[in-house]
Each structure stands twice: as structure tokens, then as C-alpha cells.
Ligand binder design. Structure first.
Ligand SMILES: Cc1cc2nc3c(=O)[nH]c(=O)nc-3n(C[C@H](O)[C@H](O)[C@H](O)COP(=O)(O)OP(=O)(O)OC[C@H]3O[C@@H](n4cnc5c(N)ncnc54)[C@H](O)[C@@H]3O)c2cc1C
Length: 474
């Protein structure tokens, strides 16, 4: 398993293809690398052994769990636990689940496609993942095409490149063109794992393509925006101290992909299944990170209520009960999804579709309400809090501190730190990204409805109603 400094060294060696703010950046300057470093640091802590680490089913070696292909119920449970701990540690998205969720989906689909079409994708995939595990690689997932006119299918768009597609098949590989939107942490990923985003028809084979490329492969261009908390004075900031994260519009401008990195090419029926499976594994990861977001909102609400002297008020206690209900319902559903997982022909465990999707749907629907609960308890100060510089200013600092005081016995410095954290977490550009990610990440809410309704046995529920009503005719 690598250490964070080795990961940072490898980023420095990558070809600069990150376009942000009018500059071409070296990857070590891109915000969010501290989050990925945490995924290495956490795996080396003795108390995280077996949670942030796993045993490779291929080499038998100890690996970082962010490189693992789930072989058992326990693997899925541990992945969920790791994600909750990781997200709580970094104060938001833990960043490394997208890539491995896509690889778990590929491990299932490459096998199924081989069984149906006599293709060779699974062996290629196994060779790829063995290397990925050995090198403790950071991957991201590029699933969401830019999609153009939402009412039109890929081939009906005015520009066929609005969904990523194969433009040339050669003896040594394929050439792909297109772009993927909202590619989280892509500039900090060594590998980009690309999958289709929707079901595809017989005449849409060029769009049924999945592959992996190095993040700096020729023709890959990462157009990046970053979100961050305010710049903070280190002595007043907590763990986050002004750092942030990044999202990429990832452009594939005629990128050559050698066959050994191609995991689907033209088998259209598996394109849609792959899209669904990535979403499934990713929504299972959400049953770890969304409870972590609630943990942070809930803990902060309880703390600020205490500092303001309102922690025993009925409305505050009832709001805390709401936080607990959401966090533990979502986490419990993720556990149920693991217990009800099935072993696929590849040996990979697939979590339960309904439990994953109801959990993700519930978390997404509750998210803005949870921010609302904290905003209610915190009052307006997160939006108007003076800066660190004025809190410590020789001219006005003493007066600022006098007027920020709340409950006796709590230092004004702690009150300030608490409010500054709330401002960063709920009232910053970073907070906005977390909110959109909470709603749309892993697919828009309607996609969860589609997955739930497509899987759930509504007929058996109608049968219950018929029996209770005394209706005998079907
Ligand atoms: C912060 C953030 C991080 C993300 N990270 C990643 C990532 O790392 N990798 C990745 O692949 N994706 C990522 N996603 C993408 C996420 O999965 C997409 O945002 C999601 O699938 C929705 O796609 P969209 O943003 O294009 O919205 P749209 O698809 O445009 O949705 C907007 C609205 O249009 C509706 N709509 C769309 N199409 C139709 C239609 N045909 N008929 C009826 N209604 C329709 C939707 O239901 C929704 O209400 C991320 C998203 C966010 C916000």
C-alpha cells in the first residue's frame, strides 16, 4: 500500500492537462489532493486495519480497500463503514469511491458480456485490476455524458459527440471522442474509468463503450473548477483550513485506447446494464457518506445549540431526532443491501437494488431539509460572521470578541471557531457543491425512482390488497 507522499510524487510526474482559471496547472496545485492523501493515511492507521484495508482476491495481498473488488457481505459492510469514517474525517466527499465503484460494476459486466458474446473483456479487466491494486491507484469515474438535448437519444443529437463514442476501430485499439461532465476529482486521479450513461439500442453500438485511460493520456483535457471554504488563519481553522475540491469537464479529443484497456465496445445491451450497475455500487457508497454528512450537520447543530444555551429546547431536541433518524435509516438500509447482496458469476458481490436506491433517495430528499435544520438552530451568524482577520485585529478584535460571546463558560474563541466551521460547511461555495452532489451525485432523483420501480414487486402488494378487500378475481 502506498503512502500519501508517494501518491503526490506520482501526480507531479503526470503531464499537465488541467485547465483552470486561465492556467494549465500541475496536479499538485489542484485543490482536493489533501482529501485523497487522507485515503492513504487512513489505511495505514492500526485502528483502521480491516476497514480501510482488504485482502485482494487476486494476489492475496493486503490492499487499500479503495482498490477492492467486493467478494463477500463483509466486504460491502466494511466499504460502507470506511466511507462513513472517511467522509467524516475529511469533512465531505472522500473522493476515491467513484473509481472503485465503476471497477466493481465492470467486474460484473465484463464477465456477463463474455458469457453472452464470447468476448475477452473479463480477463483484460482482471489483468487491469491486478495492476490497479498493486500500484494502489487512484481512479475516478466518468459516466455522465454531456448529453446535449435531453429529449434526444445519442445518435439523434445535432452533434453525435454529445455522448462519448468510438470514432475509429483499429487493430491495436479504438479512438474515442466526447466529453464527460461533473467528473469529480478527475485531475487528482491517475486513471479515468469511463462507462456509458444510459441504455443503448442496437443502432447505438458506437456509444456502448467502456475503458480506462491514464488521466494524462494524449487527447484528454480536464477543464476544471474548484470549490473551497474561505481562506482561514491556520490558528483559528480546524482540519479543513480553507482547502477544497475540484470537478472536471473531461474532454476526450480523439483519444487512443489500446485494446487491453477496453472493457466494452459495441455490445449495446451491456452498456445500459453497466450504467445501472455503476449507479448501484455508487449508491451503496452513498449509504456510507450521506450518513457521514448528517453526522457532521447533527453534531454541529447539537454543539451550536449548547453554545447558544438552547440545547434543552423541545424544537432543538426534535430536530436532533430528525437527524438521527435520517442518518441511521440510510446507514441501516446500506447494511441491509449488503446482507441481501448476491454473488454474480464474476464472484463480485452485488448489493440489493431496492435497499440501495431507497436509501439514496431518502438521503437526497432529506439533504436540503437537514441544512435547513442546522440553519434554524444556528441563526444567521454563519452568513454574517466577521473574518478571522477582524476577530484577531488589534483595532477591533476585542470588540468583535465581546459581541460574539454566548453562553458563559464557553470561550469566545470556541464560539467563533464553531460558527466559522458552520459558515464553511453550510454557507460557502464548497457547501453549494456538496448540496448539488447530495441531490444529483449518483444520478438525479428520478433515476432512483426508476431503479426502485423497475425492481420492486408491486404486484405482490396488490395481491395483499385484493385478499384484504375480499376480491378473488385477478
Ligand atoms: C457535484 C457533482 C459531482 C458528480 N460527480 C460525478 C462523477 O464523478 N462522475 C460522473 O459520471 N458523474 C458525476 N455526477 C453526475 C451526476 O450523476 C449527474 O449530475 C446526474 O446524472 C444528472 O445529470 P445532469 O447533471 O446532466 O442533469 P440532467 O440529466 O440534465 O437532469 C436535470 C433534470 O432533467 C431531467 N431529465 C433529464 N433527462 C430527461 C429526460 N430524457 N426526460 C425527462 N427528464 C429528464 C432530470 O430528471 C432532472 O430533473 C456528479 C454530479 C454532481 C452535481
Amino acid at each position: 500500500m502506498r503512502h500519501a507522499d508517494e501518491y503526490m510524487e506520482s501526480l507531479k510526474e503526470m503531464v499537465p492537462n488541467v485547465y483552470m482559471g486561465g492556467e494549465v496547472l500541475n496536479r499538485s496545485e489542484v485543490p482536493g489532493n489533501d482529501i485523497l492523501c487522507a485515503t492513504f493515511d487512513l489505511a495505514h492507521l492500526p485502528e483502521n486495519d480491516g476497514i480501510f484495508t482488504a485482502t485482494s482476491h487476486l494476489s492475496g495481498e493486503k490492499i487499500n480497500r479503495f482498490c477492492n473488488i467486493h467478494q463477500s457481505v463483509d466486504d460491502l459492510l466494511k466499504k460502507q463503514e470506511m466511507t462513513r469514517i472517511g467522509a467524516r474525517t475529511v469533512g465531505g466527499c472522500i473522493a476515491r469511491c467513484m473509481g472503485i465503484d465503476a471497477l466493481n460494476a465492470l467486474s460484473v459486466i465484463t464477465k456477463q458480456c463474455d458469457m453472452a458474446h464470447n468476448t475477452e473483456y473479463h480477463d483484460r479487466f482482471l489483468a487491469y485490476i491486478e495492476n490497479f491494486q498493486k500500484n494502489d491507484t487512484v481512479g475516478c469515474c466518468a459516466q455522465t455524458d454531456v448529453k446535449g438535448d435531453r429529449s434526444l437519444r445519442p445518435g439523434d443529437q445535432a452533434d453525435p459527440d454529445l455522448y462519448l463514442r468510438v470514432v475509429e476501430r483499429r487493430s491495436d485499439g479504438i479512438v474515442v471522442r466526447g466529453a464527460k461532465a461533473h467528473n469529480s476529482f478527475a485531475p487528482l486521479a491517475e486513471e479515468i474509468i469511463v462507462t456509458p450513461t444510459r441504455f443503448l439500442r442496437e443502432n447505438e453500438k458506437d456509444w456502448a463503450v467502456a475503458f480506462a485511460v491514464p488521466g494524462d493520456a494524449k487527447g484528454v483535457k480536464l477543464v476544471v473548477r474548484a470549490a473551497k471554504h474561505r481562506d482561514r488563519m491556520p490558528e483559528l481553522a480546524g482540519l479543513l483550513s480553507g482547502k477544497g475540491e475540484c470537478e472536471s469537464l473531461t474532454i476526450f479529443d480523439d483519444v487512443f485506447v489500446p485494446w487491453e484497456r477496453v472493457f466494452l465496445c459495441g455490445e449495446n445491451e451491456f452498456g445500459g446494464q453497466l450504467a445501472v450497475l455503476f449507479a448501484l455500487f455508487h449508491r451503496h457508497s452513498y449509504t456510507g457518506c450521506k450518513p457521514a454528512i448528517t453526522d457532521m450537520l447533527m453534531g454541529t447543530a447539537a454543539l451550536v445549540a449548547e453554545y447558544s444555551g438552547i440545547e434543552r429546547e423541545d424544537h432543538v431536541r426534535s430536530k436532533l431526532a430528525e437527524f438521527i433518524t435520517t442518518a441511521e435509516l440510510v446507514y441501516g438500509c446500506g447494511q441491509a443491501a449488503a446482507y441481501k447482496s448476491v454473488k454474480t458469476p464474476s464472484g463480485t458481490m452485488m448489493p440489493d437494488m431496492v435497499y440501495c436506491n431507497v436509501a439514496r433517495k431518502h438521503a437526497g430528499e432529506c439533504l436540503f431539509h437537514e441544512y435547513n435544520l442546522l440553519a434554524d438552530i444556528a441563526g444567521g451568524l454563519p452568513a454574517t460572521l466577521p473574518y478571522d482577520t477582524e476577530f484577531t485585529s488589534p483595532e477591533v478584535g476585542e470588540l468583535v470578541q465581546k459581541y460574539l460571546k454566548r453562553k458563559d463558560g464557553v470561550s469566545v474563541e470556541d464560539i467563533y471557531k464553531c460558527y466559522a466551521w458552520i459558515a464553511d460547511f453550510t454557507c460557502s461555495s464548497m457547501a453549494g457543491v456538496l448540496q448539488y452532489a447530495g441531490l444529483h451525485g449518483g444520478g438525479s432523483p428520478i433515476m432512483e425512482d426508476i431503479a426502485i420501480l423497475g425492481t420492486y414487486d408491486i404486484e405482490s402488494k396488490k395481491e395483499i390488497a385484493r385478499k384484504l378487500a375480499g376480491i378473488t378475481k385477478k
